[in-house]
Design a protein around this ligand. Sequence first.
Ligand code: PMT
Length: 428
Amino acid sequence: MTGCRFPRAVHLVSLSDMNTLSGKHILLGVTGGIAAYKSAELIRQLRAEGATVRVVMTAGAQQFITPLTLQALSGNPVHTDLLDRSAEAAMGHIALARWADAVLVAPATADFMARLEQGRADDLLCAVTLACEAPVALAPAMNRAMWDNPATQKNVQALQARGMHRFGPALGEQACGEVGPGRMLEPDELVTALASLFETGILSGYRVLVTAGPTREAIDPVRYISNHSSGRMGFAVARAASEAGAEVLLVSGPVSLETPPHVLRINVVSAQDMQDAVLARIGGCDIFIAVAAVADYRPEAVAAQKLKKDAQQVTLTLTRNPDILATVTALANAPFSVGFAAETEQLEMHAQAKRVAKSLDMIAANRVGDGVGFDAEENALQVFWDGGSQLLAQTGKMKLARQLVALVAQRFHGKHKKVIRFNAKDSA
Ligand code: PMT
């Protein structure tokens, strides 16, 4: 690790306290198998880990366990119909797919997997799974002969080749009285397997400081200059870095977002406040990711009282704010530094100029304006570094942030010639 620790006054959650399911949105799909009765306990355990659970049941699943039971346990309405207008109005299949940080289908019957393999979208669970860009995990459960059947095996292999995860099945005595592979994993085993999807460990042992949101530059006690940043992109980056195992400090301008789990947040208002907060803590950091939309200028003088609107015209004299990112990269022991570039035109030219001018290791450029970038659910990034670039195509900001953090970790480890400590599961 480079650099020293965050100052003692700052309490950081130790890595051993980390619970990767805490704060995650888990969409549990339940299909029609006898193991559906275990879904009740699965939901209880997922919630005990801090996850928010929404359940989608197929018609078959409802023959084995009632939606009411799973609704009571999940604390959320259970979704059953693709063509239910009131349900679609509340949270439709696309909204559900976007909501999920991961989809777990448990039990996943042979029929469900066959339909998923075909790309069918004629029931709610298939449609949501098809539309979902988050990780999807299947917990097969069926008679051992059905599991061994080449048709099932072919379907499962095809789904795994498409990036879906398979948890189980286990060997053992089955509900039909036979013994063999086909038992659904127990709820605690499924919870552990699901948690492992979020543990990349690529930044374990490192400290990351992220800035996010806008700054506000006071004109008088009631007015200020600011911009449209919602903080979503920066908060997603902070969350993704935390999921990657880093200890994350988030310095945020005024936004109305919840702090991501296990992230330490410091609220600031102005660019000067943000600079002070960053410089006080940057010494403990290995990586600095500046996502904040910092106001470049502030009123030269802040009026002590509310300005009166007597005059037809008012002239504000603005003065330059400090450039936080450039100040950090100029430090003797500067961390690996990643900037963002918000551009309305000539993305690459302007972003590359900023990368060079601010001595950045990487810069992530995004288009802004006309409803893009600022205050939007989705974003796209073109990431540049010395001698290379990568396009991260338009998607939800959380997914994009995970891709960005993976890229940052790759280049950070490359720079420090550090061997990434993979978990055993990663090398399996
Ligand atoms: O918050 P959202 O609604 O989700 O929107 C996300 C976003 C569009 C704000 C984000 O993706 C983004 O582009 N952030 C950077 C916005 C910006 O200020 O870009 P810039 O090109 O003006 O600045 C370049 C870099 O210098 C940025 O990393 C910025 O944080 C940093 N900077 C800028 C000025 C300054 N005084 N100090 C800085 O540190």
